[in-house]
Design a protein around this ligand. Structure first.
Ligand code: CP
Length: 334
């Protein structure tokens, strides 16, 4: 494995091997495995878990890291090609990224969706342009439409909770004051499909996931023996649910139009997960969310603090799975 940019680009066996390695590194630490190795981290957007788990993973494996937050203590970086750089950005990624890659053994990049043009974001145009500039192992730390590190941690969380492979996994839209990117719902959907689960996407009208994301997941589900369906009917979706994966995302019916998105989501504040959502769910139905989460907008205090919540385990699993990815990318066999 030379790049970890999309779970869908890896054979299923390689994903399972990464999960096995994550479990092994939890029980049998390897404090010198990456001695002398350096991970470069470029965060165009904020982070708590991804940043901290990447740096901690390198330290726990004997390596080190550096962090660049463009525009915050380093030059603001331009990502678009062919523009006249007479604005805030002092340097282009075409110069900056090869320089940074030359200082390290692997590079991780976080660059969220611009949120203006759905086709541009689904094509991963910005991340792809940057990836082409780098001749080192590369990790996607969340791009426009993908978050494979989160997806790997979520898969491990399902395994840790002994959720059966064929269990009912409901990916539900939740309310948020503004449109958020499609990266996490797309990655969670694909992960559950690849795991072979019975997946239901629950979302209000106007918030359907793009056909390209759904079709890719359907193909993964078919190959793994699972299924995918989509609905706006909450009661039927949650009936018998084993896992409710909660995520906020923007209206795909009017992508890039913030005013139209705001009008569409305004009447949907009841899409905040409360205990009564679980009336017909399976006993012990668990709740997942990648974090950060806004309390009592997307999920109620009672659910987040209650026994259904797996959000802390998900966040903790970012560390062993990040260690597994870095170990696989950078470890030189003895
Ligand atoms: N879930 C996740 O990626 O968290 P951060 O945005 O804090 O890194």
């Amino acid at each position: 494995m030379k790049r970890f940019v999309d779970l869908a680009q890896l054979p299923r066996d390689e994903v399972l091997a990464l999960l096995e390695l994550a479990r092994r590194l939890e029980s049998h630490p390897e404090p010198q495995a990456l001695a002398g190795k350096i991970l470069g981290l470029v965060f165009f957007n904020p982070s708590l878990r991804t940043l901290a788990s990447c740096q901690t993973a390198m330290l726990r494996l004997g390596g080190g890291s550096f962090v660049i937050n463009p525009g915050q203590g380093s030059w603001q970086l331009e990502t678009r090609d062919g523009v006249v750089m007479d604005g805030a950005a002092a340097e282009h990624v075409r110069e900056a990224l090869p320089v940074l890659a030359s200082y390290c053994d692997a590079l991780g990049i976080r660059a969220f969706a611009a949120g203006r043009d759905l086709a541009h974001d689904l094509a991963e145009t910005t991340f792809g342009t940057m990836a082409a500039l780098i001749d080192k192992p590369l990790i996607n730390l969340e791009s426009a439409a993908n978050h494979p590190c989160q997806a790997l941690a979520d898969w491990k969380t399902l395994d840790d909770l002994a959720v059966p492979r064929t269990a009912r996994f409901v990916l539900s839209w939740a309310w948020h004051p503004r449109a958020l990117p499609l990266a996490v719902p797309a990655a969670a959907l694909h992960m559950a499909a690849l795991r072979g689960m019975e997946v239901i996407v629950l979302r209000p009208e106007g918030f359907a996931l793009p056909p390209a994301i759904m079709e890719r997941a359907r193909q993964a589900a078919a190959a793994a023996g699972g299924s995918i369906r989509e609905t706006s009917e909450r009661a039927s979706a949650l009936k018998g649910a084993d896992v409710l994966y909660v995520k906020e995302w923007g209206a795909t019916a009017c992508y890039g139009d913030n005013a139209a998105d705001a009008r569409l989501r305004a009447p949907l504040t009841d899409w905040c997960v409360r205990e009564d959502w679980f009336a017909a769910a399976a006993a012990g139905c668990r709740v997942m969310h990648c974090l950060p989460v806004r309390r009592n907008t997307a999920i109620s205090d009672a659910v987040l603090d209650g026994p259904r919540s797996a959000v802390q385990l998900e966040a903790r699993n970012r560390l062993p799975t990040q260690m597994a990815v870095l170990h696989q990318l950078l470890r030189t066999p003895p």
